[in-house]
Ligand binder design. Structure first.
Ligand SMILES: Nc1nc2c(ncn2[C@@H]2O[C@H](COP(=O)(O)OP(=O)(O)OP(=O)(O)O)[C@@H](O)[C@H]2O)c(=O)[nH]1
Ligand SMILES: [K+]
Ligand SMILES: [Mg+2]
Length: 441
């Protein structure tokens, strides 16, 4: 017997209205117990809510969605009450008295998924939409919630099931005359086509994941170059300690920015030099690791003290940027590596920073923008598509020599695609996906 669950579906805190959502077989009886009787399905009704002892909880607007026409596919009731913490507490107590229990994170969406109201990628899109803080995140989440990604993966999976049938037919009823060439001719081209589609799907420069999770920039350079001063300027607050003592920053200090409609995480790092103690050495190690993993490196150079050198530039990749800082103290005309942008700036006077910011915004739009929302938005999707692709490449190489092994590889790919949409029921995958939701979703 399924539990009946409830949760605050609107935001916590004081508000004009709070919505408490209930889902499960006892939703109707609980609603009737509190409101006196069930309102008409899908029509708002204003009623008094009373606790078991007859005391008034609140006057509320009620909605009753009998299964299956509801968000979860179960019987669902919605209580629109006044949004004070005491009202919500009293209503929660009354619902618990009716035998209901508070929902776990993501439990409503998980039930919707279990009742076929949405596939896994759509559920993820819904979670992303609720978390969306930028317009690009919102557009991407809406596209995914609309089923764009799920239907693509579903089409791939259907095509593979057909191909698998062809391969298995060949294994079970080998035609002496045309094995193995016949199979390669029939199953080869569709597999090649699918591999090409998957490769194209993966070759998106991680655009969707960057939009969803943020674009990362590591600010690196020698001690006292002005990295922390720069981070503070970008964040418009004193996020990192600035001092004239070289080696001030040891830990990585990350600030979150919204630029050109994209979430950007900019990391201040320890100045790079021969460390004077173990703590600084750890700071330098972390700085180098962050520089390695970031989407962009921003090398800061104090032009009043250093001439830019090969060793510092060696950390940069095309698309990275050099800030030639402290131009209020000295002027500079240094060559930078091919493909790397450079800006003479003074963090102290803010000179040159507008030009840098304009460049950064343009870069973000070029790298992450696009006429259409990127379909692939999570590392989970990328890993599974990669897994499916690897199996299909293996299958292609085995098709003519070992069709039964090729069939097993195609099966693996089908399973990976099934994991993407939730077509194959894997409890731990579902646990992982839905536990990232917050309560009330
Ligand atoms: N004149 C001048 N001084 C600057 C400028 N930018 C930063 N400074 C100064 O340079 C010194 C070092 O600045 P920080 O921001 O702490 O440098 P950092 O690169 O973070 O240093 P570490 O954390 O020690 O690696 C401070 O005294 C800053 O006030 C600038 O554009 N012009
Ligand atoms: K410093
Ligand atoms: Mg610093």
């Amino acid at each position: 017997m399924t539990d009946t669950i409830f949760a605050l579906a609107s935001g916590a805190g004081r508000a004009g209205v709070a919505i408490v959502r209930v889902s499960g077989p006892d939703a109707g009886p609980a609603l009737a117990a509190l409101a006196g009787s069930l309102p008409e399905p899908r029509r708002a009704a204003l009623r008094s809510l009373n606790a078991r002892d007859g005391s008034l909880i609140d006057r509320a607007l009620l909605l009753w969605f009998p299964a299956p026409q509801s968000f979860t596919g179960e019987d669902v009731a919605e209580f629109h009450v006044h949004g004070g913490p005491a009202v919500i507490e009293a209503l929660s107590e009354a619902l618990i008295a009716e035998g209901l229990r508070p929902a776990e994170p993501g439990e409503f969406s998980r039930r919707a998924f279990a009742h076929g109201q949405m596939d896994l990628t759509e559920a993820e899109g819904l979670a992303d939409l609720i978390d969306a803080e930028t317009q690009t995140q919102r557009q991407q989440a809406l596209a995914q919630m609309g089923g764009a990604l799920g239907s693509l993966y579903g089409e791939w999976r259907d095509a593979l099931i057909d191909t698998l049938a062809a391969i298995e037919g060949e294994i079970d009823f080998p035609d002496e005359d045309d094995v193995p060439e016949g199979l390669s001719e029939r199953a080869g081209p569709p597999l090649e086509t699918l591999c090409a589609s998957m490769r194209a799907h993966l070759a998106d420069n991680h655009r969707g994941e960057r939009v969803r999770d943020g674009f990362t920039i590591a600010v690196i350079g020698a001690p006292n170059a002005g990295k922390s001063s720069f981070i503070n300027y970008m964040a418009q607050r004193d996020a990192a300690i600035v001092s004239d003592i070289p080696g001030t920053t040891r830990d990585i200090i990350e600030v979150r920015l919204i630029r050109a409609g994209f979430v950007v995480y900019m990391a201040d790092t320890a100045g790079l030099r021969e460390a004077s103690d173990v703590i600084e050495a750890e700071g330098v190690r972390r700085a180098l690791a962050r520089a390695e993993s970031a989407d962009m490196r921003c090398l800061m150079i104090d032009v009043s003290r250093e001439t830019p050198d090969e060793a510092a530039f060696a950390m940069l990749r095309p698309g990275d940027v050099v800030l030639l800082n402290k131009t209020d103290l000295a002027s500079v005309d240094a060559p930078v590596p091919e493909g790397v942008a450079a800006f003479p700036v003074s963090v102290k006077t803010a000179s040159g920073l507008d030009a840098f910011n304009a460049w950064l915004d343009r870069e973000l739009v070029t790298r992450l923008g696009g006429a259409e929302a990127a379909p692939l938005s999570r590392a989970r999707h990328r890993e599974l598509v990669q897994r499916a692709l690897a199996s299909l490449e293996e299958a292609l190489s085995l098709l003519s020599s070992r069709p039964e092994l090729a069939g097993a590889e195609v099966n693996r790919a089908i399973r990976a695609l099934g994991e993407l949409t939730g077509a194959v029921d894997i409890e731990d995958v579902l646990d992982r996906v839905f536990s990232q939701f917050c309560i009330g979703k």
